[in-house]
Structures are given as structure tokens and as C-alpha cells.
Design a protein around this ligand. Structure first.
Ligand code: SF4
Length: 369
């Protein structure tokens, strides 16, 4: 349920935004300005009308993004609605609109890689609580794997997370997009590229730095700050994909997951034995390796393969569609293809003109010399 959709909001994130206030919060921070929406029984349903209203409000170019705030968007009762809103916004606008999410809980990176039992044990452990004594019960609650998966999906898709409860004694006016100094404005894109380090925006760059806030900072992709991709191997014996070292070719080899026997003229979808959660805003482009045709006589039927970030389910195994030009046997675990990530295309508008004011090069194929 949501309490309010606020258009042209300038208080909850940078630029002009659409803010969606979810209904219900159980943290009850003393001094909360939104106590009238603590009750989980109030509010309006996040139905198709609400989604359309949010999407339309985001449409104008001057609107830079969406903020989802409290109530508590990550409370188990609001998770599904929060997920649906983000999913719809990403489907319509991809990364053209940034998404900020405010939670009264504290973000713990452990939630992104542990099982629900491990996470809850760790989240309640002395090790975790020691550093944040005042937040003892404030970790993001996850009581089932399904709930955990939804939280992971949401955290995997927001650009900025503002976390932590409002603490009256730590209230400082004018600290920018948050109420008390304990609350962190976390650059989730940078944090996802790190090995568990949480990048507070204030810690790494001024808040208005687009590169750091909304994109992956290329200088962060060194050995200690690699872009992390969750990958599933369908065969335990399969060669693990190699990390990119940034110096040599940055294409990553892919392997056949089974032995394939083809007659000349056969078409076949070769399973590649992996499924992945690509980072939001990226897609993978796959091409045959240079020796694949010579060795096995196969052609990739679509010339290139494209895996976008939505192809990320548990059974979404990558495949290579091929056509055999001769009788051939391709062994299991043969390196036949390669891929690399590309960022999504930026927003484009075609402006039709009668004349292009440049010197013509002499026709297609001409070097102009
Ligand atoms: S988490 Fe936010 S909405 Fe919930 S009580 Fe605290 S300040 Fe209010």
C-alpha cells in the first residue's frame, strides 16, 4: 500500500522527482514527521492505476528520478509493492531515471550473498551489533528466502539507498536529503562493485557527481573493486569464467555445457552452462571465438547474441544458437563463444532535418580520400 504519490518533489533526492510514500512502518522513531502513515491498515493499493500515475509523472524530461520512502518500503508487508513499482519504472525508463530508496533499516551487504539463516545469525551477531549499538534491531528483516530474494532484487536495482532510522539526537538541519547524521546516503552502484564495502556518497564524492552517484566508476574496477556478478554454474565441473584483468582482451570466454554432434545443415541451441544476474543498466553481447568456425564448422545464427539484465532467472541458462556447415562434434567444455558487457544505450531523440551541414564523404564505403 502507498500513502501518497508526490509529483515535482525537490526534498527527497537531487533534482525534481516523483516521491512515493509507502504506507506502514513499525520502527516508530521518536520525532518522525510521518507518524500518520505508520499504520499498515491505511493507504491505497499499488494497482495498475497507481503504477500508471507514477510512470506518467516521471515522463517529463525535467523529472530526474523516483524516490520511494516511508512508511517503510522494505518492511515485509510493503516489499512486493516496492518491487512492483521499481520493476515498472525500470521496464519503462531503464536507467534514464535514477531511483532512490529510503529505509529506516540499516543496510548490511551480507544480505546480498548469505542465505536467510546465515544472514539472520550474522545480523544479530555481536560482530555486527558492536559497531552500531544504537541500531540493535534495525537490520533489514528477512524471514524467508522469498522475502530475501525480493530484498536482493530491490537492493540490486536502486541507485541510491538512504538507510537508518531517524534519531532525534542526531538531527541536523540542512545535511541534505536525510534527517539525522547516522543515516547514510549509499551509492549502491559503487557498493555493488566492492567486496562488501559500503560507499557512502559523502565519503567518495560530492553528492552532485553523476558519475559516482548513478554510474559505475570505471576507476573502481581494479582488483579490489571488481564489478560483482552473481553467476550460477549448471555443472559443478565446468570451468569457472575468468575475471577480466583490464589489461588484455576484456572479452570473457564461454564453454559448451554438453558434447554436441551435428550433421551439416543442422541448427542447434548449445547450452553454455551459466546463468547470471547482470548489473542494472548493462547487457551482455556474445560472439563466436575467432577459431570456432575453423575448428567446428559452426556459425552463430544471429551473428551476435544479446542477454539483457532481465534474463536473470534461476533457469535462464545462456545458450548459443548455431548452424553447422559440416558434420561436426563439439566436445563438452569447449570454448566456443565470448562475451562482454555494454552499458545500455543513452536516451536518443531523432531530430529530422532537410540538410545535414557536413561535407559528404563520397558514399558508403568510401574513405573520403
Ligand atoms: S523509519 Fe522513517 S517512517 Fe519509519 S518511523 Fe522512522 S522516520 Fe518514520
Amino acid at each position: 500500500m502507498y500513502a501518497e504519490i508526490k509529483e515535482n518533489d525537490i526534498a527527497n533526492g537531487p533534482g525534481v522527482r516523483v516521491s512515493v510514500f509507502m504506507q506502514g512502518c513499525d520502527l516508530h522513531c521518536p520525532g518522525c514527521h510521518n507518524s500518520e502513515i505508520w499504520d499498515f491498515n491505511g493507504g491505497n493499493p499499488v494497482d495498475s492505476d497507481a503504477i500508471v500515475k507514477i510512470l506518467n509523472a516521471l515522463e517529463p524530461e525535467h523529472v530526474s528520478g523516483l524516490s520511494i520512502l516511508g512508511g517503510e518500503p522494505l518492511h515485509p508487508m510493503n516489499l512486493k509493492d516496492t518491487y512492483e513499482i521499481i520493476r515498472a519504472v525500470r521496464a519503462r525508463y531503464s536507467v534514464k531515471k535514477n531511483i532512490w530508496l529510503y529505509t529506516g533499516y540499516v543496510f548490511n551487504p551480507a544480505i546480498t550473498y548469505m542465505s536467510v539463516d546465515e544472514y539472520n545469525t550474522y545480523a544479530r551477531s555481536e560482530e555486527w551489533i558492536r559497531d552500531i549499538k544504537y541500531l540493535q534491531e534495525s537490520f533489514i528483516p528477512a524471514d524467508s528466502e522469498e522475502c530475501m530474494d525480493t530484498i536482493r532484487w530491490i537492493l540490486g536495482d536502486v541507485d541510491v539507498l538512504v538507510d537508518g532510522p531517524f534519531i532525534q539526537s542526531m538531527y541536523r538541519p540542512g545535511i541534505g536529503f536525510r534527517g539525522s547524521t547516522n543515516q547514510r546516503i549509499i551509492n549502491m552502484n559503487a557498493s555493488r562493485c566492492s567486496s562488501g564495502k559500503v560507499y557512502d556518497i559523502a565519503e567518495i564524492d560530492p553528492i552532485n557527481s553523476e558519475e559516482y552517484v548513478f554510474g559505475v566508476n570505471p576507476s573502481k574496477t581494479d582488483n579490489k573493486d571488481l564489478l560483482k556478478i552473481r553467476i550460477k554454474y549448471f555443472d559443478k565441473n565446468m570451468e569457472k569464467l575468468q575475471k577480466v584483468d583490464g589489461n588484455k582482451s576484456d572479452w570473457i570466454d564461454l564453454y559448451t555445457a554438453e558434447e554436441v554432434t551435428l550433421r551439416a545443415g543442422d541448427s542447434y541451441k548449445i547450452p553454455l552452462g551459466v546463468a547470471m544476474e547482470l548489473p542494472a543498466g548493462y547487457e551482455a553481447i556474445m560472439a563466436p571465438r575467432s577459431g570456432t568456425f575453423g575448428k567446428y564448422g559452426i556459425l552463430q545464427t544471429n551473428s551476435i547474441g544479446v542477454f539483457d539484465e532481465s534474463f536473470c532467472g534461476d533457469t535462464d541458462q545462456w545458450i548459443m544458437s548455431v548452424y553447422a556447415t559440416r558434420d561436426t562434434v563439439i566436445p563438452k567444455f569447449a570454448r566456443v563463444a565470448q562475451f562482454r558487457l555494454f552499458k545500455h544505450q543513452p536516451a536518443i531523440k531523432f531530430n529530422e532535418v532537410e540538410v545535414l551541414s557536413n561535407t559528404s564523404r563520397g558514399g558508403f564505403g568510401s574513405t573520403g580520400i
